[in-house]
Write a protein that binds this ligand. Structure first.
Ligand code: URA
Length: 435
């Protein structure tokens, strides 16, 4: 087999066989197919697409390109959760302890942030001492003992995807449905959970800008998961404006803690409860959705969800007292209001731009190697549909550098669009895909 022939076949609209896809992934992972040929293939796939059989073959070839984690040492149904990424998306930090407090076993691998979206692993490092690089043995022991662990993606899980994703990131070939679905699901399948709950985002801050594309991605991933014998459910949710009010690592952790206390923003709380409901059902911790909803509400009311977060932080070497006293989380030295220059209804917030503001403040990575400032970010006071008077605060900005603050402020103001008539925000939950 020759990579040249495979590129030409796809370029001309042909269908790659399973053997051809397996060959391409194995050779690329081993370094025997150069990046320039794989770039050409990715661009051909971008324009020609892949059918469900090709997507499934690509997913399985990437999942098997490294270690398939064996979680059989953990008793019960192991549930994983994944979001396709967004701005202010701190869901795992609140949701995982919520679901674990209700008896679901959560063994989750997460990534760091790149570009305008944040990553759970970075956010968790806001807890002093928190170790996201624990061993597989520690991970399994911890899930058996307290029902929850989140660790960083190891290099051995789906290495083909790691290499390919970095290539797609710099060749404008990320936002293709088959490539996103196979990338996400290869990692999820290799991570070993029995059931997977997906949060597929749609809107200006998401990869899938339209609801139609988000549902197509959700269907594709649910099919891939179920075909591989993992119970998979996807919720399609709004990412046309940031989720909740906090954007930035430690600020998002604080908001997640507030949510576990029952004091979180309405949209974020609702999303956590919705995803939690499906996690409980998939994990066998509730008979049906109503029972799951009741259990989650109780775990928040009786403090067991918050206690589970503290237990989880401590089990991974972090300071659990920070959960009870969030003023001990990293704090920025400059905290200022960003005031509105206009009066009117907030008509639209360019979500990606808000993510970029956090990046400019130092809260995200410019490159894979750069460090991040955990303390910086924004707290939005006004969201879509709110009425604002000129001079009223739109947000509070947390910064550690004046120059960065000025840049971010300017960009922030440009991300808000106003109108003179009342505006109805988009529905948060757009639908659920099960089969
Ligand atoms: N997240 C991933 O892991 N892969 C993609 O291709 C897009 C988002």
């Amino acid at each position: 087999m020759r990579m040249y022939d495979l590129i030409m076949k796809k370029r001309n609209g042909g269908t790659l066989s399973r053997e051809e896809i397996e060959y391409m992934i194995a050779e690329y992972t081993a370094g025997r197919i150069p990046d320039y040929q794989m770039s050409a293939m990715m661009m051909a796939v971008y324009f020609r697409g892949m059918d469900p059989e090709e997507t499934a073959a690509l997913t399985m070839a990437m999942a098997h390109s490294g270690d398939m984690m064996d979680l059989s040492g953990i008793a019960g149904v192991k549930v994983d959760k994944h979001s396709t990424g967004g701005v202010g998306d701190k869901t795992s930090i609140a949701l995982a302890p919520m679901a674990a407090a209700c008896g679901v076993k959560i063994a989750k691998m997460s990534g760091r942030g790149l570009g305008h979206t944040g990553g759970t692993i970075d956010k968790l490092e806001s807890f002093a001492g928190f170790d996201t690089g624990i061993s597989e043995e520690h991970f399994i022991r911890q899930v058996n003992e307290i029902g929850l662990s989140i660790m960083g993606q190891t290099a051995d899980v789906a290495p083909a995807d790691k290499k390919l994703y970095a290539l797609r990131d710099v060749t404008a070939t990320v936002d293709n449905l088959s490539l996103i679905a196979s990338s996400i699901m290869s990692k999820k399948l290799a991570s070993g959970a029995d059931a997977i709950v997906l949060d597929v985002k749609t809107g200006s801050g998401a990869f899938m800008k339209t609801e139609e594309d988000a549902f197509a991605l959700a269907r594709e991933m649910v099919t891939l998961g179920n075909r591989a014998g993992r119970k998979t459910i996807a919720v399609v949710s709004d990412m046309d404006q940031p989720l909740g009010r906090a954007v930035g690592n430690a600020l998002e952790v604080k908001e997640a803690v507030a949510t576990l206390r029952g004091e979180g923003p309405e949209d974020f709380t609702r999303l956590c409860k919705t995803l939690g409901t499906y996690m409980l059902v998939a994990g066998g911790a509730a008979e049906g959705e109503q029972e799951a909803e009741r259990k989650i509400a109780r775990a928040i009311e009786d403090g067991s969800a918050l206690k589970k977060l503290a237990q989880f932080v401590e089990a991974q070497g972090g300071d659990p007292e920070m959960v009870y006293d969030t003023s001990r989380l990293p704090q920025a030295s400059i905290i200022e209001n960003i005031v509105s220059e206009r009066e009117g209804y907030v008509e639209k917030i360019d979500c990606e731009e808000i993510g970029i503001c956090s990046l400019l403040l130092g809260g995200g990575r410019e490159t894979k190697e750069s460090g991040i400032d955990l303390a910086v970010g924004l707290i939005l006071h006004k969201k879509v549909g709110d009425y604002v008077k000129a001079g009223e605060p739109l947000a509070v900005i947390h910064a550690n550098d004046r120059e960065r603050l000025t840049m971010a402020k300017e960009r922030f103001l440009g991300a808000y669009h106003f109108g003179d008539t009342p505006v109805q925000p988009n529905a948060l939950i757009r639908g659920v895909v099960r089969e």
